[in-house]
Ligand binder design. Structure first.
Ligand code: SDX
Length: 392
């Protein structure tokens, strides 16, 4: 503290805004979107419905939902010239870097400034990004897999269409697998918003300068990429695969995670807010069991994950620090079972988080929040005279 300024690293004890979108209770492990429990939404709603709820504040009726989907279908064309930007990336490029670049490149092909005072203008910007972002997600996967880009199919549901653009083989009919689409739908709902996490705070602070929605979202994608945040879902699978290669020696990795001199952390564990089980992790863990059983997949990685979780929940170091599995711990196991490459896991997180980012950006602008500009406590050099280079 220095006079008026109190430093709060990582904003652990700072509230950045008032918001009516998502409610978390970290002690009790409660998560609600606009007052609806995540358990009910994951079970009974679909992703597009939840997107509408987060953004506009109410569950849509049948007419509203059908119009929302119809308006999105109208905007699902991505300018052909965007392919030149995609072609500029080497195949080895990380999909998160490709996605954040393509998202900001969309600005070149769409009206950038959103007149937030016009509901109609805001609605069109929202529909445009909800329509085009899934195409960019599918393109990043097709590029990674060396497959030709695919276009959407207006006869399909929102999530079904995304799955089709990602996976339909050029020479095959696309056939919907309800189990796969339900699993994807549930995962996207569970990732849809999470109050003022790192990437959402990024979207808000970039938007607070009145930068456009697409530019703010592109910044959010970059923040999500970090392994301490959304990038953890990729890091979890890499960690589990390393443990499997190491003969499944979970004890060795638990010891590493507790060794202060070792930078290794148990990825997928711990959370800034949840000091209890992350409610999403519970649902995803059960979904992982169901999806793998129904797909007839016996993935040894799931057994390693469960063994690690059991050890951590009984380990004093972890119990003292209230470290529980978070949303990223089991999600990658399902993505892997659905044929999604590990490097694409955080892209799937971004796809799910998109409606939350939009909802938070819209709320911040509609409330006329001031530009985000924190202060500091200066600890550098005092005043000193300039010295000519010949005298240094
Ligand atoms: C997400 O904010 C959100 O809501 C995010 C998210 C969302 O939906 O948007 O929920 C998504 O990002 C989930 C988190 C994914 N990240 C990981 O799984 C990476 C591993 N987890 C950690 O890096 C960490 O737990 C964080 C980043 C999640 C939280 O970090 P904090 O709140 O800054 O906590 P900290 O680093 O200060 O840790 C507190 C203590 C420390 O020990 P001490 O110094 O007190 O002795 O717990 C230890 C840490 O060393 N610790 C861990 C650990 N996480 C914390 N030790 C080993 N393994 C871990 N995973």
């Amino acid at each position: 503290t220095n006079g008026m300024i109190t430093i709060d690293p990582g904003y652990k004890n700072t509230g950045s805004c008032e918001s009516a979108i998502t409610f978390l209770d970290g002690e009790k492990g409660i998560l609600r979107y606009r007052g609806y429990s995540i358990e009910e939404l994951a079970e009974k709603a679909d992703f597009l419905e939840v997107a509408y709820l987060l953004i506009f504040g109410e569950l849509p009726n049948k007419v509203e939902l059908e119009k929302f989907h119809a308006d999105i279908k109208e905007e699902s064309q991505v300018d052909e010239e965007m392919k030149k930007i995609l072609d500029g990336f080497p195949k080895s490029a990380h999909p998160m870097g490709v996605l954040s670049s393509l998202t900001s490149a969309l600005i070149a092909f769409n009206p950038t400034t959103v007149d937030v005072s016009s509901e109609k203008d805001m609605y069109h910007a929202i529909v445009r990004i909800l329509a085009k972002f899934p195409v960019l997600v599918a393109w990043t996967l097709r590029k990674k897999k060396g497959l030709p880009l695919d276009y959407g199919d207006d006869t399909l549901g929102y999530v079904e269409n995304i799955h089709k653009m990602m996976f339909k083989k050029p020479n095959q009919m696309y056939c919907k697998d309800d189990l796969v689409i339900d699993a994807l739908d549930k995962l996207l709902i569970l990732h849809a918003d999470h109050e003022q996490n790192c990437s959402t705070s990024t979207v808000r602070i970039v938007g607070s300068s009145h930068a456009g929605l697409f530019a703010s979202l592109s910044a959010g994608i970059s923040a999500l990429w970090g392994p301490l945040h959304g990038g953890a879902n990729q890091a979890v699978l890499e960690m589990l695969e390393a443990i499997e290669k190491d003969g499944g020696d979970t004890k060795k990795y638990m010891a590493k995670a507790k060794d202060k001199s070792d930078p290794f952390r148990l990825m997928g564990f711990g959370h800034r807010v949840y000091k209890n089980f992350d409610p999403r992790a519970k649902i995803i863990k059960k979904a992982a069991d169901d999806v793998l059983a129904n797909l007839g997949i016996d993935d040894p990685i799931l057994a390693i994950a469960k063994g690690l979780e059991k050890e951590a929940l009984e380990d004093q170091y972890f119990v003292d620090r209230k470290l529980y599995p978070n949303v990223d711990f089991y999600s990658g196991i399902i993505y892997r079972a659905l044929g999604i490459p590990t490097e694409m896991f955080t892209v799937m997180f971004a796809l799910g988080r998109l409606p939350g980012w939009i909802a938070q950006w819209r709320e911040m602008r509609l409330r006329g929040e001031p530009i985000g500009r924190p202060r500091q406590v200066y600890i550098g050099a005092n005043l000193r005279p300039f010295v000519e280079v010949s005298k240094r």
